[in-house]
Ligand binder design. Sequence first.
Ligand code: IPM
Ligand code: MG
Length: 357
Amino acid sequence: MSKKILVLPGDGIGQEIVAEAVKVLRCLQADHGLAVELIDGVVGGTAYDQTGSPLPEETLAQARACDAVLLGAVGGPKWEGLDIAVRPEKGLLGLRKELGLFANLRPAILYPQLAEASTLKAEVVSGLDLMIVRELTGGIYFGQPRGVRTLDNGEREGFNTLVYRESEIERIVRSAMEIAMRRNKRVCSVDKANVLEATELWREVANRVGQEYPEVELSHMYVDNAAMQLVRAPKQFDVMVTTNMFGDILSDCAAMLTGSIGMLPSASLDANGKGMYEPIHGSAPDIAGKGVANPLATILSVAMMLRYSLNQPELAERVEQAVQQVLSQGLRTADIDSPGMTRLTTAQMGDAVVAGL
Ligand code: IPM
Ligand code: MG
């Protein structure tokens, strides 16, 4: 039976990079027996312009009816002045929340071909293979109450709430443990338990869940130290599990270890394997429409989709190998370029991966 994939390019470079990932899906469909139906939808600023909402009802209904969602990126200066309730980012956050995509997997893998592209010394990052498991539907991103209020003296005060229930912590830590069981069996839980009660509870619950996995070595780290350790000695980590906001920050940091944020895919999963797949980078309005964006993070997100939602691990590996092959051939987009390499446009890079397939 053919699986349904909702394709949401979104804004900025989202349009260009998703077009290349779709080329890859079409190739798998035509030549490798992948039975999928691609459905087009709108989200983010593009959706706001068309419908007045960054997450139209129709898009949400389409997403609910699909097996997986492929998303490009949302946001841009054009929409920055809008009320926060209808900003493009709300489209993305709404999809995560409404679809219950609580487990965000953000692998940071350094391809040997790109060791020189990292701003860190090659010996610090070579062989890096870490997985950040970010909680995605709770924490300060969604906590109530939130807002900006005016105090009696007329001064305004902005406030957000960091809140985590035990059940939310339990399920994300369990996801991290399960992933670690298939890797090197080490989980580092990142919190700020020395200051924030919500993450003191996080640590306690992580320890409790950890007892269910005696084979996994569970450690804890404060987030400030984790940020430092990520750039000092990133290879000490196997799986990191953390809150929504800490995961947002640490995953950008981890991305740079690999040379470019343009290389990193992500999967956001619900409890049943349904997922949304997107590059971890944003809509990069400064380079949108120029054909210079790197489509590899989105193409690698397709690989994650094949693995986690479409049950096609062999095709996932094929896509990953095709990406590696392209890198070995010295083909580069601007963000990962270095002397002696061949510079490609976004579309040429997509074509090169398809050729590799
Ligand atoms: C990410 C992004 C989003 C987030 C933004 C666009 C809302 O930075 O996916 O990491 O903060 O989660
Ligand atoms: Mg982010």
